[in-house]
Design a protein around this ligand. Structure first.
Ligand SMILES: [Zn+2]
Length: 185
């Protein structure tokens, strides 16, 4: 595999998704597939044939024939590429949802709508489970029992922390110590 693929900005053919690149494991020098041994043949043809398949897999040889080993599959998968790389590209598309450009293939419209519906349902459940009064009570209890200054709620550091854990609390997290005082009294 050539290290040139790291400079992604000016690659005209493909631009490998870093998340995909992270899932690639280099193959062994000798790989066995269906009881046959294949020898790694690093980058000889890859240099002349820029393709995403060389970023996610490597070239192997057996009896002077060319093969491609998928670097994403956990178990060795060897595909003949004697007559072109389409079988390797098909494998990436079908088994790993990766296209020629090295990107994850977009989910189709129905799947997106289903996912959106599930997400909306989940959010609704979380929101109804959240009770502003309980939040105030627990915050006040913590402030009072730990002898924390009421002005802590005015601290950006405190707010950053809370809102990082739960951005949805933005509207419930008061900005002044006086508001807390009003809650307590
Ligand atoms: Zn694979």
């Amino acid at each position: 595999m050539s290290s040139d693929t790291e400079s992604d900005s000016d690659s005209p053919v493909f631009n490998l998704d870093p998340a995909i690149a992270a899932s690639v494991c280099p193959g062994p020098e000798k790989a066995t597939y269906n009881h046959r041994e294949y020898i790694r043949h690093p980058g000889i043809h890859a240099a002349q044939d820029p393709s995403v398949i060389w970023s996610v897999g490597e070239e192997y040889e057996r009896n002077k024939k060319r093969f491609w080993r998928c670097g994403i599959c956990k178990r060795t998968k060897m595909l003949a590429i004697q007559n072109g790389t389409s079988s390797a590209l098909r494998h990436l598309k079908k088994d790993h949802k990766i296209n020629k450009q090295g990107k994850r293939i977009q989910l189709n419209q129905t799947t997106i709508m289903e996912a959106t519906a599930i997400a909306a349902q989940t959010v609704a459940q979380i929101v109804t489970r959240f009770n502003a009064n309980t939040f105030r009570y627990l915050l006040i209890r913590w402030i009072v029992t730990m002898h924390i200054a009421l002005t802590c709620v005015e601290s950006e550091i405190f707010r950053d922390w809370v809102l990082y854990i739960a951005p949805g609390l933005k509207d419930y997290l008061v900005k002044s110590a006086n508001a807390i005082r009003r809650w307590i009294l």
